[in-house]
Design a protein around this ligand. Structure first.
Ligand SMILES: [Fe+2]
Length: 203
């Protein structure tokens, strides 16, 4: 099994909130390392799974290797989602309605996401997910856990590992978290929501 890197060409597209220097190191050093590790661990296997299917079929692998595979697989999936939802783009009416239904309004959703992100200790992510009751939820996960492991479909996330912000913000993690909402492509998040509804139905 071998996975190709997802392309990221616009390192400077998120200035001034995230510098091109941070994006370059984040993508080329951190993300690519997870991908290389994952491919190295999987090279002796001949399965033909998508990365998401691999999470659901992790028990096909020897017990001693699962933790390492899952850690690097999570590292790849979580980074690919994070890089893909950075940018700019409008929320669809479908996701907007759902946010209003589950959080009250967009501001309440944003406040709750920021509140959760500030609560995360150590390395990890805050995610917006679709749960198996078809509700939106905001969750924190440690390290490189992927929401798929919990039957939750990720729609957007913020990387809260220090490598995501330290060069630009040092100890001011709260500023990075607040600025994050200025560079979310909600059109991409809306696409993820439409896909998630189909995936959740088939889980
Ligand atoms: Fe990261």
């Amino acid at each position: 099994m071998y996975y190709q890197a997802k392309e990221l060409n616009f390192y400077d597209a998120y200035e001034p909130y995230i510098s091109s220097y941070t994006m370059n190191i984040h993508y080329n050093k951190h993300y690519k390392k997870y991908l290389d590790n994952l491919n190295e661990l999987l090279k002796k296997y001949n399965y033909d799974y998508t990365k998401e299917q691999l999470v659901f079929n992790i028990d096909l692998f020897p017990l001693a290797e699962r933790g390492n595979i899952l850690f690097n697989l999570g590292g790849v999936l979580n980074h690919e989602l994070y890089f893909s939802i950075l940018g700019s783009g409008e929320l669809s009416s479908s996701l907007s309605d759902k946010i209003n239904e589950d959080f009250g309004d967009f501001n309440s959703f944003q406040e709750e996401f920021i509140r959760q992100a500030n609560l995360l200790v150590g390395s990890g992510y805050t995610f917006l997910v679709l749960n198996n009751n078809n509700q939106l939820e905001i969750i924190n996960v440690p390290n490189q856990d992927t929401p798929y492991s919990y039957g939750l479909i990720p729609l957007m996330n913020i990387d809260l590992w220090e490598h995501a912000y330290y060069l630009d913000y040092q100890n001011r993690k709260d500023e990075y978290i607040n600025n994050f909402f200025s560079i979310v492509n909600f059109s991409e998040v809306s696409n993820n929501y439409e896909k998630a509804k189909t995936i959740q139905k088939n889980l």
